[in-house]
Design a protein around this ligand. Structure first.
Ligand code: MTE
Length: 445
């Protein structure tokens, strides 16, 4: 593969500073001048070590041997648990100030704009807690199974981890992801628009195996209730068909090591394709029952207010969706010429079949390359060549999944769902590029 028109154009990353409420409001009201000065200040501080803004052409320093070529390096195990380079500090989970009243019941977003491939590094996996997180002692943690079963059971971690494990790569997306966009808030960066999204390799035992061990009554018991051990006692009803598909895991592993405490250590439920709230963390109990429980977490949250004033409930599947992560909001194209458009696509119904990219706000579309691996209910990375000629552009991506479902535009989505929703927004995202190369979030019907 070759770069179409010579040397690729440079991109200045978005300033990785906290966005104040004033900045969010500035973007919402179109006051771009305010943000431009914020970018200028923050960019100098954060760009030093990030590829993209510098060029080696004509740099005399390239002829001098740097200290790392002439001195002894640090010894092995200087950091027993490896950490990212000091030059990558700006790449971090961030919370949106003012989004929630208390940080214990809040969200920290994954910096999608700075990641490659499909796996989210565990330390950058988004976090969403209803009542804060704990680092639970695995020796004291138990999983209880009760309800419509022959034998009630209580498992220790040791007992669970002796069962035959499976490892699978899946995305997790909070049902509230992209929620602010319903209200045309147009938050500035992809971290805040789409960053309640991560993808990991999870290791655990299929829940079906545990239910078989307990002699579950699969005929009458068409639902399970999953319950977490945190103070919120998070509870979610999950249909038994999903468990019977063998996909639902009682997982302890994430990307080759134990789950991180923020993500449910030592045990969480993995419910591929289903909104994040059903992936109950710090999992302590599974009950088998013959009807949905309708607990507080499922009757007042993660439901969709429809145009007829009724709530749509148990819409747990995350529909097909995609987003361009580069170039994306807050970044600046510094040069005309070749730019790689890169992004992520995913579907709760299975594999991604294709992704099309538009650079003119949806008038024309070109197919993007899907990078391997393309796995069911996992993130899929796409790339697309583009030559920017310095003119204003509107970048969009539109994904199609293996069932033929096509990601809708805002107009199509609002026709069915109205405008009172908070959750389950899978509309096409638009990034506007100005003549000056500045990338910003815009709404296109
Ligand atoms: N499980 C428990 N016990 N408590 C919680 O607050 N939050 C849920 C879900 N599981 C939650 C929970 C929500 S709303 C989401 S989106 C996902 O966990 C987030 O998972 P993560 O923090 O690992 O990204």
């Amino acid at each position: 593969m070759s770069v179409p028109s010579g040397w690729p154009g440079r991109i200045r990353p978005a300033p990785e500073h906290f966005l104040s409420q004033e900045e969010v409001r500035a973007v919402a009201s179109g006051r771009r001048d305010f943000l431009r000065s914020a970018f200028a200040l923050a960019a100098g501080a954060t760009l030093a070590g990030r590829a993209g803004a510098e060029t080696a052409q004509g740099d005399p320093a390239i002829l001098e041997l740097p200290e790392w070529s002439t001195t002894l390096g640090r010894p092995v195990a200087a950091t027993p648990y490896g950490l990212p380079s000091q030059f990558e500090k700006a790449l971090a989970r961030r919370q949106s100030p003012g989004l929630t009243r208390v940080p214990g019941s809040s969200v920290a977003f994954t910096p999608l704009q700075g990641l490659f491939g499909i796996i989210t590094p565990s330390g950058l996996h988004f976090e969403r807690h209803h009542q804060g997180w704990h680092d639970i002692d695995p020796r004291r943690h138990r999983l209880m199974i009760n309800g419509l079963v022959d034998t009630n059971a209580v498992f220790t971690m040791d007992e669970l981890m002796r069962l035959p494990p499976v490892s699978r790569i899946h995305f997790i997306e909070c049902g509230a992801n992209t929620g602010m966009e319903w209200g045309n808030v147009a938050v500035p960066t992809v971290q805040y628009t789409h960053g309640m999204l991560s993808c990991s390799e999870f290791t655990g035992v299929p829940l079906q195996v545990l239910l078989d061990m307990c002699g579950a009554d699969f005929k009458r018991g068409r639902y399970i209730l999953a319950e977490g051990a945190d103070g919120s006692s998070m509870t979610r009803t999950i249909p038994m068909e999903l468990v019977e598909s063998g996909e639902v895991l009682v997982a302890w592993g994430q990307n080759g090591e134990m789950l991180r405490p923020e993500n449910g250590y030592p045990l969480r439920l993995v419910v591929p394709g289903v909104q994040g709230v059903s992936w109950v963390k710090w999992l302590r109990r599974i009950e088998v029952g013959d009807q949905p429980w309708g607990t507080k977490d499922e009757s007042i949250h993660y439901v969709d207010m429809m145009p007829d004033g009724l709530h749509r409930q148990y819409t747990s599947l995350q529909e097909c969706k995609s987003v361009i992560t580069t170039p994306s909001g807050g970044q600046v194209l510094l040069d005309q010429g070749f730019h790689n458009i890169s992004g992520l696509a995913w579907s709760g119904r299975g594999r991604i079949e294709r992704v099309d990219v538009s650079v003119d706000g949806g008038k024309n579309w070109m197919p993007a390359r899907l990078e391997e691996p393309v796995l069911p209910k996992a993130l899929t990375r796409f790339n697309c060549d583009w030559v920017w000629e310095g003119r204003p552009a509107i970048l969009q991506s539109r994904a199609v999944d293996e069932t033929g479902y096509v990601q809708p535009g805002y107009g199509q989505l609002r026709e069915v769902r109205g405008s009172a929703s908070i959750y389950h927004n899978n509309a096409i995202q638009s990034w506007k590029i100005s003549e000056a190369g500045e990338v910003s979030n815009v709404h296109i019907r």
